[in-house]
Design a protein around this ligand. Structure first.
Ligand SMILES: C[S@@+](CC[C@H](N)C(=O)[O-])C[C@H]1O[C@@H](n2cnc3c(N)ncnc32)[C@H](O)[C@@H]1O
Length: 98
């Protein structure tokens, strides 16, 4: 564990949002902001409600969920050339350091 880690400031843990109860790690209605960057697209559609229900338990009534993900009409959905180019640049943008 990092020398600067303090569990009064950071609560880091591993969980499966579709199966593990977030309330075991986080008090109810205590979170101001949840961020999910390309997380929902990694979850099968039938389990997405489980993720949102889990998050709802720990989110304050005034809390916010900020998410970014794929959408209808994204280049990833355009068939053939444009879709393939999108994945090409996504892959090399993520995996090659010039
Ligand atoms: C495509 S990655 C996105 C990672 C990072 N947010 C980014 O933008 O580079 C999808 C992430 O969603 C999270 N994820 C997917 N399914 C999950 C699940 N069932 N429970 C918790 N996290 C999950 C994992 O952390 C995984 O790394």
């Amino acid at each position: 564990m990092h020398k600067d880690f303090t569990d009064t400031q950071v609560n880091a843990f591993v969980c499966d949002l579709t199966a593990d109860d977030l309330n075991k790690q986080i008090p109810s209605s205590s979170i101001d902001i949840v961020t999910m960057i390309f997380v929902l697209s990694a979850v099968s559609p039938e389990k997405m409600p489980l993720v949102m229900q889990n998050i709802r338990k720990v989110l304050k009534p005034t809390g916010h969920v900020l998410f970014r993900d794929y959408a209808v009409g994204d280049l990833a959905q355009v068939p053939c050339t444009f879709g393939m180019l999108f994945y090409f640049f996504l892959f090399f943008g993520n995996h090659i350091n010039p």
